[in-house]
Ligand binder design. Structure first.
Ligand SMILES: Cc1cc2nc3c(=O)[nH]c(=O)nc-3n(C[C@H](O)[C@H](O)[C@H](O)COP(=O)(O)OP(=O)(O)OC[C@H]3O[C@@H](n4cnc5c(N)ncnc54)[C@H](O)[C@@H]3O)c2cc1C
Ligand code: SF4
Length: 584
């Protein structure tokens, strides 16, 4: 096969979203020559100024992975034959520069200290028998205290708006009093409240819950970050999720870290570059192979290879390149693909007022009020029959005209009755939902599909996953509490549900918070990367993203993904560059 071989660089980055963008900025600031390979096209704020076209972006998925070219297959257990996703549904990975971090909502969390030590903390409090027998949850090999400086760095770079609940161990009312200690306050104060959030906040307080504003990457006021990047404020246009931000108020790699990398003169971004293999000699990676925009094969030699192409693509590239030992669920041995997990959105409640106008069309992706009383190990699980939990949020993300037409469950989903109901209720509904953590289980993992292939004839990523009793029990437990919360708002018609589908269903959108497959840990026997996100088996390869989470938490992932990217950059710039080799 004819191919072009490019000049060797210090580092090549595969996938230029949040993780790749942060690494590009940090490495180039340190004087390293870096090439970023992104399979999508370049995007900037002007692209998103065209229109708020809901059909184009939100329904026809303008900026998402094209499943006609590369998709995933799914089965629910080891005995089934997996079948391909023919359409996008349950999750929406991004394509183009900035990745899914362009069309995300911007809800930007730190995980709890408990999330990093789930296994050992559970055993210490409830005993080893409390952990489901088929669960493979494990500690991360890093603590919250070690992560704190990297969280701080991400939040100050992105300009996260919020209210601290714990600074250096001192509890601060009005913030999340359950959070781990922060070194300082958020860089930007919280967003403005919407009408429905004011009502929700009062209801939550009346029930004794610790409600607080959700931390947001949608800037409520102009902000200049430590890199000198200035961004303007959010207009509360309500077209955050699935759209790029036309004013640059929503933090993305495109408007924060990538301009910094470009300015150094050390960064070369190549778009239309679809990486399909990392070449190596069994101990070190030597280069990556990709199809360029013309379909020609190019080779990019590099001293360091950084894999930041999102959970599925990261794991798939390792497997296609025969790097690390693939996980085998029958023996429990091997690591690549291990501990795939998803997120539990199986409970929610909604209420409808007769006489209120909440003006829900004014909103932003992360504009929310949240309570954390039932997340992680923030409540006593003794006798409940499940572990973990989830955050509860009511949001005003912006009621778009096609997809945001709430009606009570008793109303048919079409016809004159439905039309009358959407007229009546579109501005007067209030709701709350969960983001529940999901444990890792022995039989749920990622591997290469034996049957289905992508446009280049390479095996697709196969997902084996289903819901387990631990997560079902949490959804059932929390539903009456959600109902009580919405009832306390004074809504007239209130309905709640707390049941996960009989099997994980790939059709309706649920969350793009997929995790695992290249997990971090303290030993090569049970993890792919060490706590600098460096592969145990290849010390010049760093794999970064939510693929590093050993199990999933009850929050959105990107605050932690960003922190991990800063951790990897710290390891490369301040350690590996001087002394190549294992960092732990
Ligand atoms: C609709 C939506 C809303 C979301 N809202 C939130 C939220 O509010 N809060 C939150 O924390 N998270 C949210 N997320 C998740 C968040 O977007 C991701 O956690 C984050 O973008 C992950 O960053 P990443 O760098 O790991 O991957 P990505 O941002 O997905 O970037 C990966 C990049 O790699 C490229 N790539 C893939 N394969 C290859 C290849 N083979 N060769 C070259 N390039 C490749 C892709 O095109 C992409 O640009 C949301 C996601 C979606 C889809
Ligand atoms: S709501 Fe705010 S942050 Fe979101 S796209 Fe509109 S202006 Fe940007």
């Amino acid at each position: 096969m004819a191919k072009t071989i490019n000049k060797e660089v210090d580092a090549v980055i595969i996938g230029v979203g949040w993780s790749g963008g942060i690494l590009a900025a940090e490495l180039t600031k340190a004087g390293m020559k870096v090439v970023g390979l992104e399979r999508g096209q370049d995007r900037n704020t002007e692209d998103w100024m065209k229109d708020h076209d809901e059909l184009r972006y939100a329904i026809r998925y303008e900026m998402f992975q094209n499943v006609a070219r590369e998709t995933w297959t799914l089965r629910h257990n080891l005995k089934e034959t997996a079948l391909p996703f023919r359409q996008l549904g349950s999750f929406l990975p991004g394509t183009d520069v900035g990745g899914a971090g362009v069309h995300w909502n911007g809800q930007t969390w730190r995980f709890h200290p408990w999330d990093f030590t789930t296994r050992s903390s559970t055993i210490a409090r409830y005993g080893a028998n409390a952990i489901p027998a088929n669960s493979t949850i494990q500690d991360w090999g890093i603590t919250y205290e070690q992560m704190e400086p990297y969280y701080d760095k991400f939040e100050y770079m992105a300009g996260i708006a919020g209210k601290a609940g714990n600074i250096k161990g001192q509890t601060i009312p009005g913030g999340n009093t359950f959070e781990g200690p922060r070194s300082r306050e958020y860089p930007v104060p919280p967003m403005k409240m919407s009408r429905s959030l004011t009502v929700f906040q009062q209801a939550a307080k009346s029930l004794g819950y610790h409600v607080f504003p959700g931390p947001s990457a949608n800037l409520p006021q102009p902000y200049t970050n430590p890199d000198g990047i200035t961004r303007g404020q959010c207009t509360y246009c309500g077209f955050c999720e699935r759209f790029g931000c036309e004013v640059g108020a929503k933090a993305s790699a495109n408007v924060t870290v990538l301009p910094v990398a470009q300015k150094t003169g050390n960064f070369e971004l190549r778009t239309g570059a679809n990486v399909f293999q990392i070449k190596h000699d069994g101990k070190r990676a030597t280069s990556v192979l990709y199809h360029d925009a013309q379909g020609q094969v190019q080779e990019q030699p590099a001293r360091i290879v950084i894999v930041t192409s999102y959970v599925f693509n990261n794991v798939r590239l390792l497997l296609l390149s025969k790097m690390g030992t693939p996980y085998d669920p029958t023996t429990g041995k091997g690591v690549v693909g291990k501990n795939y997990a998803y997120q539990n959105g199986g409970a929610g409640a909604a209420g409808y007022f007769e006489d209120r106008d909440f003006q829900p069309y004014m909103g932003a992706g992360a504009l929310s009020q949240v309570l954390d009383d039932f997340n992680a190990d923030n409540f006593d699980h003794s006798g409940l029959g499940f572990l973990g939990g989830g955050s509860i949020a009511s949001g005003t993300s912006g009621a778009r005209p096609i997809q945001s037409l709430p009606t009570p469950a008793t109303v048919p989903s079409w016809g004159p009755e439905w039309k009358a109901a959407i007229r009546k209720y579109k501005n007067s509904a209030i709701s709350a939902g969960i983001q529940g953590g999901v444990f890792a289980y022995r039989d749920y993992f990622l591997d290469l599909d034996p049957t289905y292939k992508d446009q280049f004839g390479l095996p697709l990523m196969r997902i084996t996953f289903d819901w387990e009793p631990n997560e079902r029990k949490f959804a059932a437990y929390i539903a009456p509490k959600l109902k009580a919360l919405i009832e306390a708002t004074g809504a007239k018609q209130v309905a709640a549900s707390g049941k996960l589908a009989p099997h994980y269903d790939s059709v309706p959108y649920q969350s793009t918070h997929n995790t695992g497959g290249a997990i971090m840990g303290s030993s090569p026997a049970d993890s792919v990367v060490n706590n600098y996100l460096q592969m145990w088996d290849f010390d010049n390869v760093f794999v970064v993203g939510a693929c590093n989470f050993p199990q999933n938490a009850g929050f959105n992932p990107t605050g932690t993904v960003g922190a991990l990217a800063y951790r990897a950059a710290d390891g490369i710039v301040n350690k590996y560059k001087q002394h190549p080799g294992s960092l732990v």
